[in-house]
Design a protein. Structure first.
Length: 252
């Protein structure tokens, strides 16, 4: 039986790891480092900085080439399922080649493994194929939490619900019964199409890194600035991770 430690590492700052996560990382014989090519080399370097600070001396680092996802088109779930299957193939091969029976490996997950990350689903897939795996999960600081901390706002308003959603689920208007929406995975800048002069936005990119950028204010007044800032930053760094919170202005 191989053991995989799934460790939430926050959004880029080595100080985001909990003491429990650091202890878990130091148990690992092997750490698997996703390699998404030259475009995402900076993300790999962040992981390596975290490992340099917290991993036990002599811990093996094994790069795993992660395939690019095909364009989703009209079959988003099917494309994602195929992509996850291909990633599972890569991890299965890496575990078989580098982690002996009884060994302990680690996967470092951005933010928290439970929130908009598929590592746990991929391990379930591997287990379903008959691979003898056990895994343990160590939560991390999510981008949602850090966004609120940086803007000094509560995530929810008193007695109100919060919706966390990918941008592709948004319509042109927030539903009337929706108070606060946190939007993730918005590569198409959906915030530019939202209607309503009563909306305010709290946006953040590269949270927890030296490149962190924050914007906040009435959506209709700053949306163009956010879009321009986002495009400039992506061109400069070759990648961008951002998220934002939108709510109607009103009583807290």
């Amino acid at each position: 039986m191989r053991t995989i430690l799934v460790i939430g590492i926050g959004t880029g700052d080595p100080e985001h790891l909990t003491l429990q996560a650091i202890t878990a990382l130091r148990r690992a014989d092997v750490v698997y480092v996703p390699d998404k090519g030259a475009e995402k080399a900076a993300l790999r370097q962040v992981r390596e900085a975290i490992l340099a600070r917290h991993a036990a001396p002599g811990t093996r680092l094994v790069p795993v080439a992660i395939p690019r996802r095909a364009e989703a088109g009209s079959d988003y779930r099917g494309v994602v399922a195929d992509w996850h299957g291909a990633i599972a193939d890569r991890y299965a091969a890496a575990f078989a080649d580098t982690l002996p029976d009884g060994g302990t490996g680690a996967l470092l997950v951005w933010g928290d493994p439970a929130l908009y990350d598929s590592t746990l689903r991929i391990l379930e897939t591997l287990s379903g194929r008959g691979l003898a795996l056990d895994w343990q999960v160590f939560p991390g600081l999510s981008a949602v939490q850090l966004l609120c901390a940086r803007h000094r706002i509560p995530l929810n308003r008193i007695g109100k619900a919060v919706t966390i959603t990918p941008a592709r689920q948004l319509g042109p208007r927030l539903p009337d019964d929706t108070d606060t929406v946190v939007v993730v995975l918005d590569g198409d800048e959906t915030f530019l199409t939202l209607e309503g002069d009563d909306l305010e936005i709290f946006w953040g990119a590269y949270l927890g890194t030296p490149h962190e950028i924050l914007r906040a204010g009435p959506l209709h007044a700053i949306r163009d600035d956010i879009a321009a800032t986002r495009r400039t930053a992506r061109a400069a760094h070759g990648w961008i991770m951002d998220t934002y919170l939108i709510r109607r202005r009103g009583d807290e």
